[in-house]
Write a protein that binds this ligand. Sequence first.
Ligand code: ATP
Length: 248
Amino acid sequence: MTLALEVISLSKRYGSHQAVNRLSLQIPQGSFYALLGPNGAGKTTTLRMVAGLLKPDDGDALILGHSITRTPRAAKQELAYLPEDPLLYDKLTALEYLEFVAGLWGIPAKEAQSHAKTLLQQLSLWDVRTDLTETFSRGMKQKLALAGAFIHHPKVIILDEPLTGLDAAAARLVKTMLVDYVRQGNTVILTTHIMEIAERLAEDIGILNYGQLVAEGTLDELRKRSGEAGGTLETVFLELTQNQEVKV
Ligand code: ATP
């Protein structure tokens, strides 16, 4: 089994606060994985370390076998990370932005243009391709950032709250795109506070609390684990995350 992501005893402390606490995770290639957890559980900190944007205090993360600490270039080549508040360049048009990002990845211009066109069409942004991104609404910016994440054909895509702020039509487009991407053999790892998204899209769900994995499995497995046989993911989530002691 090829692992898209292997997190090995990853830790991060801010001052005296242990945000991520010897976290280990294994996510096979081809999975749709949702990482859930209450506010402050350590989800963003974990993903930023995995993406190579934050230095872990301890531990490592492997992207398709490439260590993010020892061979970051190889690891990042396979990966796209979409933060919750992505930064776009105001004075670029949507198309220019995608061509710029493609350039950073060393993708030839012709290939970049053709892939950018496909992505903009998929995300209903083709009609605004020559508009400056500063004129975009929050949802449009989010969709463009997502297109930017896909531009270099990453095998693993990590998204922090990708559907927050999207209207129903945009959310459906993005969900379809992510599901198709997994069907092609790639891996999607996302965080969300919207239980319905995890319930409907993710095959595997990990629940983080106090920087540790408190439960992991399919929805059915989590239901069994929490003793809530017919429960919704929300019930199971609350059952697993409330009244939990901090383990150091
Ligand atoms: P949310 O669901 O609210 O986005 P999260 O699970 O993504 O939360 P993190 O953002 O990883 O949680 O934060 C984990 C803990 O680390 C929190 O207690 C937070 O206050 C703390 N923290 C995060 N970033 C910093 C920082 N730059 N400096 C100090 N503390 C931080």
